[in-house]
Design a protein around this ligand. Structure first.
Ligand code: TYD
Length: 199
């Protein structure tokens, strides 16, 4: 089973991923926890360019780099793991490119669709949890965690409002795959809701 988590930074994805990992492991299942961009040696190098580069990066190049990191992860890690019947939990996936580069940076949604489809050979998650939270609230949480912003986090409030709008629209358009979860609630309650969707 392939499960992805989406949401703006500070929406609580990481906490929920580790709760879900423990839940599955208690049942004796093998779980692989991954993050995007990253989780392979090549993808981590691409992540470093994307998040830490001081050079400005053109939105089209940004899109291609996120998709390149994704292609390496899908082809070398995710697909083999799914073939071995492992449970794959991934922090971000194709939807992040749609909302951050599409709704956030204004890159053509059609092109992003093609790019995602090429990078993943059309591998879609079985289910995606979108953790919805107000931009201001997410930023307060994120600021409590770290001091220096990375290149993406430095994109400004308008950018993040567009990203959230993108996520809301995406969950409205893909109701069978994308489950909207209110990320402002209690951690245990959210976990129970997630389990509810999986049982
Ligand atoms: P990360 O530190 O993993 O952030 P988070 O904790 O919010 O998941 O950094 C990933 C950043 O990259 C995050 O700001 C979202 C962004 N991103 C994109 O813009 N497009 C993408 O396709 C992906 C996967 C991530």
């Amino acid at each position: 089973m392939f499960i992805t988590f989406e949401g703006i930074d500070g929406s609580g994805k990481t906490t929920q991923i580790s709760l879900l990992q423990k839940y599955f492991e208690k049942q004796g299942k093998t779980v692989l926890c991954l993050r995007e961009p990253g989780s392979t040696s090549v993808s981590e190098k691409v992540r470093d360019i994307l998040l830490n580069s001081k050079d400005s990066i053109d939105p089209i190049v940004e899109t291609l780099l996120f998709c390149a990191a994704r292609a390496q992860l899908v082809q070398t890690v995710i697909k083999p793991a799914l073939l071995e019947n492992k449970i794959v939990l991934c922090d971000r996936y194709i939807d992040s490119t749609v909302v951050y580069q599409g709704y956030g940076r204004g890159v053509s949604l059609e092109r992003i669709k093609d790019c995602n489809s090429f990078a993943t050979s059309d591998l879609l998650p079985d289910i995606t949890f979108y953790m919805d939270i107000q931009v201001e609230r997410a930023q307060t949480r994120a600021e409590m965690r770290q001091s220096e912003k990375d290149r993406m986090e430095d994109s400004g409030n308008d950018f993040f409002s567009n990203v959230r709008e993108g996520y809301l629209e995406l969950s409205r358009k893909n109701t069978s795959r994308v489950k909207l979860i209110d990320g402002s609630g209690d951690i245990e309650e959210i976990h129970k809701k997630i389990i509810g969707f999986l049982s």
